[in-house]
Design a protein around this ligand. Structure first.
Ligand code: PNS
Length: 159
């Protein structure tokens, strides 16, 4: 079975993430969306909430599973027997850091990284920007799945 992982913080999942996950699911037999548990980084949604949202929005793919991981991504890949990381590249500004991580992950454990160019519709999109724009009342309804949009507005109204 050909497996790949799409790792990230997904706080929350955007249409940009979903575009990459969906395209990866067409190439691999099984795609794991892996949410990093990072206690040092403050987040709007808990890991459990992020996983639940991801499960909802990826359910229709049939070959996508959602999980969380601690520590090094390559250790998670080794445990789950996943040889490939799939990442979206939005712009040249992503490239430097992504290249470093890809080379490090390959050097550490031989795990390959496949970069997909993001759909230009989402090349400016990030979870952080979605949260910032939504915080100040900007319309992000075209940037996240409908249920995520609802939950995001509810959460922001409470913080
Ligand atoms: O959505 P993000 O926050 O940009 O995702 C970054 C992520 C989770 C892919 C990256 O930080 C990661 O892989 N972290 C796990 C820790 C690790 O393996 N670090 C070494 C990378 S070479």
């Amino acid at each position: 079975m050909r497996r790949a992982v799409c790792p990230g913080s997904f706080d929350p999942v955007t249409l940009g993430h979903l575009d990459i996950v969906g395209r990866a699911s067409a190439i691999y037999d099984e795609v794991t969306v892996a949410v990093l548990v990072n206690k040092k980084k403050s987040s709007l949604f808990t890991v459990e909430e992020r996983i639940e949202l991801l499960r909802e929005v990826t359910a229709h793919y049939g070959n996508v599973v959602v999980d969380s991981f601690h520590g090094l991504l390559v250790d998670y890949c080794r445990t789950k027997d996943i040889p490939v990381i799939v990442k979206g590249l939005r712009a040249i500004s992503d490239f430097d850091y992504e290249l470093q991580m890809a080379q490090m992950n390959h050097g550490l454990a031989g795990v390959e990284t496949l970069f997909m160019t993001t759909n230009p519709l989402y090349s400016f999109l990030s979870s952080s920007l979605v949260k910032e724009v939504a915080t100040y009342g900007g319309d992000v309804s075209g940037l996240v799945p409908p249920h995520v949009h609802t939950v995001l507005l509810e959460r922001l109204a409470r913080v």
